[in-house]
Ligand binder design. Structure first.
Ligand SMILES: Nc1ncnc2c1ncn2[C@@H]1O[C@H](COP(=O)(O)OP(=O)(O)O)[C@@H](O)[C@H]1O
Ligand SMILES: [Mg+2]
Length: 232
């Protein structure tokens, strides 16, 4: 597969991976000299077959794993949204869960309330502050996880198949909302998906195969290419 660079951005990268390699065990390496950059203020997607190492790569970006070699540069404040929000939302209510993420910042109660309110407004769920987490829909839970990252003033957010458990309508609502949040707030986002229709919402995309990025750039070109492969 040829290596394409269709998007030439003048912006500095916010997410930067240089030549990283990583193995879970001695036998097989998951990532081999993998390189990618996401420019500041852009929404990029990462595609690849099951088991190609997408979740491993996001964990390396989040600092949850250390690469065997190569380097990762990320903003100090990076948020993570998992496939299953039930693994992420830990407090009994929406407001308490978002506030929990702010504990290390030593804010006053008034400041915490303000951050929680502002983050809920950002994801268009201002009325849910007192709602128990168990009473939320799947899509609402994902938006609360995103609100948690916004409340912490994260510059970048990593999404690991956040729509995998959502129905088709909620899926597209979520991806459209993240696109708007990225643009309105100058966030930088990297979103893992296997759903090609989501590519319509991003600025650029990467294809991870054999442990490295083998194609990157204009999302529609990548979409056409993957559709052609699927239909073969
Ligand atoms: N915690 C783990 N321990 C050992 N091997 C793992 C672990 N997580 C993932 N792997 C292996 O790493 C490879 C990549 O997995 P993963 O990053 O989850 O891929 P993807 O998210 O693209 O489906 C797979 O072969 C998987 O079995
Ligand atoms: Mg995965």
């Amino acid at each position: 597969m040829t290596f394409t660079r269709d998007i030439k951005s003048e912006k500095l990268p916010t997410i930067r991976v240089d030549n990283i390699s990583f193995s879970w065990s001695d036998e097989a390496s998951v990532l081999q000299n993998c390189t990618l950059q996401v420019p500041q203020g852009e929404f990029w997607m990462l595609l690849g077959n099951n088991g190609s190492g997408k979740s491993t790569l996001l964990r390396l970006l989040a600092g949850l794993l250390i690469p065997d070699s190569g380097s990762v540069v990320m903003p100090h404040k990076t948020g993570f949204v998992f496939q299953n929000p039930d693994h992420q939302l830990v407090m009994p209510t929406v407001g308490a869960d978002i506030a929990f993420g702010l504990v290390s910042e030593n804010l006053t109660q008034v400041q915490v309330r303000q951050r929680v309110k502002e983050a809920l407004d950002a994801v268009n769920l201002p009325e849910l502050e007192r709602r128990p987490i168990h009473a939320l829909s799947g899509g609402q839970k994902q938006r609360i996880a995103i609100a948690g990252a916004i409340a912490r003033n994260c510059e970048a957010i990593l999404f690991d198949e956040p729509t995998a458990l959502l129905d088709a309508d909620t899926q597209l609502e979520l991806v459209a909302q993240v696109k708007n949040l990225v643009k309105q707030r100058g966030l930088t986002a990297l979103w893992v998906t296997h759903r090609l229709e989501e590519l319509d919402y991003c600025d650029g995309a990467f294809l991870l195969t054999g442990g490295k990025v083998v194609a990157e750039g204009e999302p529609q070109a990548l979409k056409q290419r993957l559709l052609a492969t699927e239909s073969q």
